[in-house]
Design a protein around this ligand. Structure first.
Ligand code: ADP
Ligand code: MG
Length: 451
């Protein structure tokens, strides 16, 4: 390896210039720009990717491209290692001053990820109060009556984001306050390790020497008595010194069954505020923001479609954009509403939209390459008869219509004809794989049409 290539960034940039030649700009933007070089040891390059999904995708689709770019740069034995950026699963916090600036976007002193700020937190009715409280605390940690501040709410609604935003805000200000972000899981694991290694005193003083403690997901302490005991003392020690404590939980403190009463009452002694699932306008605002950040163009009707169907979790809103970008860049298809419906078929909540017999007819006819009205006509041609029976079968299965009503939709046929059609298809399905495949295709088209 040559000397100028000994730092990860140089090596990675060289790989990127090779990769850039083999993929289209959109793919490059979506899948390679977000990768961050972290460390280079001998011929092993460690890179960081934003999520596990992202890693799986890269590994599935671009492993050989990545590897060959790396080997062109570093030599034939080079290997590529990944780490997933996950703020909640970082190494034990340590107060050693980092000797070099963090290369992975994560400050090793505070465990904060720089991607979470107040600036990129979209405000809506659902989170306005929590955001305001968090912001007040960030401006004057320990100085408000919001101590502790407890933010609770469901998965993927922005609790970690707000918690980290507080930390980042304080760090970016001139304040000398020592900030520590830690997940409750990490706190627990550290505590157990400290006990095993007879270092509990060190553990205690480490957590009790901060000015701002940001503790994520306290529901994790439920039924862990010794951790609760330790945290109780940490809490009191910090609180007595006027240090700021901010906690998040997936449910209100009073519902933390298996948490000591004295802790619950401490949690409730400051301000408890919730984050609710976002309403449509907030979802759309968030999507607009994320779309903008992604650099790709999304038609408003696509964002509307996603905002309408993914309602309960902001992480999924983000994920759906990533998925769309992924499919589009892999297949070379433009990001259209049709593509969105196809790609997001299994994540969007099926809205119980009524399936009409007309819709079934038109999709079946299209599938077999006939005009709709042939299904209603008198024709006894074999292929048409089959398509007609398939449509009858689906009408019976997917709508609440009676055999008689179905018959009326098929050119006024008798209910016994419909029954016969339904039974014929049922029987044929048992031993005709082609028919099963046709029906699966048709069913998928119906699903997409009724999204
Ligand atoms: P939680 O900790 O409540 O499970 P997170 O804070 O991890 O949820 O949020 C999930 C994802 O959604 C994160 O990527 C976060 O940045 C994003 N997110 C959540 N709320 C908002 C918001 N109001 N504006 C912008 N992004 C948000
Ligand atoms: Mg979280």
């Amino acid at each position: 390896m040559n000397q100028t290539q000994s730092d990860p960034t140089t090596v990675w940039n060289q790989c990127l210039s090779i990769i850039r030649q083999s993929v289209n700009p959109q793919t490059f933007h979506t899948w390679f720009n977000p990768i961050r070089p972290v460390r280079l040891e001998a011929n092993r390059l460690l890179v960081e990717v934003p999520s596990r999904f992202f890693h799986e995708w890269l590994d599935q689709h671009y492993r050989s491209l990545l590897l060959s770019a790396l080997r062109d740069t570093l030599g034939p034995d080079a290997t590529l290692l990944y780490q997933v950026q996950d703020v909640e699963k970082q190494p034990a916090p340590s107060f050693a001053r980092p000797s070099t600036p963090p290369s992975n976007g994560l400050d090793s002193e505070t465990q904060l990820s720089l991607r979470y700020t107040f600036d990129n937190f979209v405000e809506g009715n659902n989170n306005q109060f929590a955001r305001a409280a968090a912001f007040a605390v960030a401006q004057s940690p320990g100085q408000t009556s919001f101590n502790p501040l407890v933010i609770y709410g469901g998965v993927g609604l922005g609790k970690t984001h707000l918690l980290q935003a507080i930390g980042n805000y304080i760090r970016a200000s001139d304040s000398p306050a020592r900030v520590l972000y830690v997940s409750s899981e990490r706190f627990t694991l550290d505590f157990i390790t400290a006990i095993q290694q007879n270092r509990s005193t060190e553990f205690s003083s480490r957590y009790r020497s901060v000015d701002v403690l940001l503790l994520d997901d306290i529901q994790f302490f439920v039924n862990k008595e010794r951790t609760q005991e330790e945290f109780f003392h940490t809490f009191n020690s910090l609180h007595q010194k006027g240090k700021q404590i901010v906690l998040t939980s997936d449910r209100p403190p009073r519902d933390l069954h298996g948490m000591e009463e004295r802790l619950i009452s401490r949690f409730q002694s400051g301000l408890v505020t919730d984050i609710q699932p976002p309403d449509y306008e907030t979802r759309l605002a968030i999507l607009n923001r994320k779309a903008e950040e992604s650099g790709a163009d999304f038609d408003p009707e696509i964002l509307d479609f996603i905002a309408t169907h993914i309602t309960s979790n902001i992480r999924e809103l983000e994920g759906s954009l990533i998925r769309l970008l992924a499919y589009s860049s892999l297949t070379g298809r433009d990001i259209t509403l049709t593509l969105a419906k196809e790609v997001l078929r299994d994540i969007v909540k099926p809205k119980q939209k009524q399936i009409s017999i007309e819709l079934i007819q038109s999709i079946v006819a299209e599938h077999y390459g006939f005009a709709d009205d042939l299904l209603r006509a008198r024709s006894r041609k074999q292929e048409i008869a089959l398509a007609r029976q398939v449509a009858m079968y689906l009408a019976k299965r997917l709508t609440n219509a009676s055999l008689k009503t179905i018959g009326l939709h098929f050119g006024g046929r008798d209910h016994t004809t419909v029954l016969h059609g339904v039974q014929t298809i049922e029987k044929a399905l048992a031993n005709d794989p082609n028919l099963r495949r046709d029906l699966a295709d048709i069913q998928r088209k119906i699903d997409i049409a009724t999204l």
